[in-house]
Design a protein around this ligand. Structure first.
Ligand code: S3P
Length: 171
């Protein structure tokens, strides 16, 4: 497993704390592909942090930048791409991903998301209230969209390496 002949990029989607970046990096190493993190690329392109982007320009502007960064990243060599948790909510971004890549939803239970995002002040969406309530509302709103991914892999608390293996097996 993990030696797929499919040459398309692999795009990880799912909520904040699902492990997209950690699993994506490990998966890329395993498959011998380059890894990119859309959040990092957005910050690089903008020259400021995501928190600052939200603060200065608002979420809508952030989403526009996010989509153009993802478009650029998926336009080159096949890569493993970790997207921000909101990227797949945009119909244009979903279409783009569907046409050019394979998508994997890292589906993660609420408790694990809460545990993994605890104390992460760099995520502007989690600073507006109680993280558990925010994440629970995001699960309600976003899961139907993530469900449109090509593959679904469940995250469990038994370590990112196991989750990475399950993604590799699903490909
Ligand atoms: C967001 C998730 C973040 C980042 C931004 C918005 C979201 O990425 O893009 O804070 O809307 O869920 P991670 O999922 O990598 O934390």
């Amino acid at each position: 497993s993990g030696q797929s002949k499919d040459q398309r990029s692999i795009v990880l989607v799912g909520l904040m704390g699902a492990g997209k970046t950690t699993v994506g990096r490990r998966l890329a190493a395993r498959l011998g592909m380059a890894f990119h993190d859309a959040d990092v690329e957005i910050e690089r392109a903008a020259g400021i942090t995501i928190a600052e982007l939200f603060e200065r320009y608002g979420e809508a502007e952030f989403r526009r930048g996010e989509q153009s960064v993802i478009r650029r990243l998926l336009g080159g060599e096949p890569i493993v791409l970790a997207t921000g948790g909101g990227a797949f909510m945009d119909a244009g971004t979903r279409d783009l991903v569907r046409q050019t890549a394979r998508s994997v939803w890292l589906r993660c239970p609420l408790d694990l998301l809460v545990k993994r995002t605890a104390g992460r002040s760099h995520r502007p969406l989690l600073k507006t209230g109680q993280p558990r309530e925010i994440l629970s509302a995001l699960i309600e709103r976003r899961h139907p969209f993530y469900a449109e991914a090509d593959m679904i892999v469940d995250c469990t608390d038994d370590g990112v390496e196991r989750t990475t293996e399950r993604v590799a097996e699903a490909l």
